[in-house]
Design a protein around this ligand. Structure first.
Ligand code: FES
Length: 352
């Protein structure tokens, strides 16, 4: 560990030959010998800090005055938001100028003396070197890495190709499939009139139970659910999105506590069905506080009031949770009365 004493500046002229750095002749900077150059450097640094302040003021002006929906055309970038460009440029310049000024200050005006910090030797002893080599050779031999040529080569090939799926998946994050409209994609789900609602048991093969009866859900309870034919749809269409888009939660409350719904009579005896996918960026939600009827998204804390049409009462979500109209069939099982009446899932498409 270094001490203050270790960091004391060493004047090479006073302690010649004391440490290796003392052998390097000290070359004074222009600003050390020329007072005019020093004052010029001082003005340069001060100008950068001043300019930085100006850019902060411009940032505030741009934030207040530029319409958030205004766009500009910039070669190479294309059409971009005027506000984002102005804010990014002014804030970036403010930071850059502080950094550049600080570097200039340190290089030209701060005391220019060599500082020596003594360190203990970090080198291993010859004995430790030998032991490490022996360990490496033993590991190589025991793993068979050198002996099994085919395994070694295929492993190297597999590791070399391993990043490709990651790149492809990342590419998928910001692209809608060609020719498809995100609003249309999210506006149609597997739900339709008369389709039975079944509990989501996490099964991806096999069969669901027959359905859910209203009496299966106590007041204050929550059940994650799906359409009964979702597995056939997935198999037929090879479409995993169908399951995500159709996922719902059923909650039950005293009918007198329901303040509003997205449609007349969309509940069944106080049982309400909402999409399970957050309208912010699409996390699945099932954190329900039955006394307040609030549904809390664990990702960014958006909170929806399920007793009041699923409205957003807190957080970054911009749209309420889509509600699914429900009833019962002739056998007394809960069913959907139609598809959702608005797109489910994240609302990134609204920004377009
Ligand atoms: S995904 Fe729900 S709040 Fe962000």
């Amino acid at each position: 560990m270094s001490t203050d004493k270790d960091l004391l500046p060493v004047d090479p002229h006073n302690e010649p030959g004391h440490l290796p750095i003392a052998d390097i002749p000290h070359t004074p900077r222009v600003t050390d010998t020329d007072p005019k150059a020093a004052r010029r450097a001082e003005r340069q640094v001060a100008s950068m800090f001043l300019l930085s302040m100006v850019f902060v003021v411009l940032f505030v002006v741009a934030f207040v005055t530029i319409d958030k929906s205004a766009v500009v055309y910039i070669p190479v970038l294309g059409v971009v938001g005027a506000s984002q460009i102005a804010l990014g440029f002014t804030f970036g310049m403010a930071i850059l100028l502080i950094g550049t000024g600080a570097i200039q200050w340190a290089k030209k005006l701060m005391p220019d003396v060599e500082v020596v910090q003594e360190r203990h030797s970090m080198a291993s002893t010859p004995k430790e070197d030998e032991e490490a080599k022996a360990d490496y050779e033993r590991g190589k031999e025991e793993s068979g890495f050198a002996r099994y040529t085919i395994i070694r080569r295929t492993l190297i090939g597999a590791l070399a190709l391993f990043p490709i799926p990651l790149v492809i998946m990342l590419r998928d994050l910001w692209q809608t499939p060609p020719g498809e409209n995100p609003v249309e994609l999210l506006s149609t789900t597997a739900w339709r009139d008369g389709l039975r609602i079944v509990p989501d048991t996490g099964e991806t093969t096999g069969e669901f139970v027959k359905g859910i009866r209203p009496e299966d859900i106590p007041v204050g309870g929550l059940v994650s659910a799906l359409p009964i034919d979702i597995m056939e749809i997935q198999k037929a269409e090879h479409n995993l999105n169908a399951r995500g888009k159709a996922a719902i939660i059923l909650v039950r409350m005293d009918p007198s506590e329901i303040r509003s719904q997205q449609g007349e009579g969309w509940d069944y005896q106080g049982i309400l069905a909402y999409s399970k996918i957050c309208t912010h960026v699409g996390c699945p939600i099932a954190l329900y506080e039955h006394r307040t009827h609030h549904l809390l998204c664990p990702c960014h804390q958006s909170t929806f009031d399920l007793a009041d049409s699923g409205d957003v009462i807190f957080g970054p979500a911009a749209r309420r949770m889509p509600q699914l109209p429900i009833g019962v069939d002739e056998e007394g099982f809960l069913v959907a009365k139609s598809d959702f009446q608005q797109p489910v899932g994240p609302s990134f498409w609204e920004r377009g």
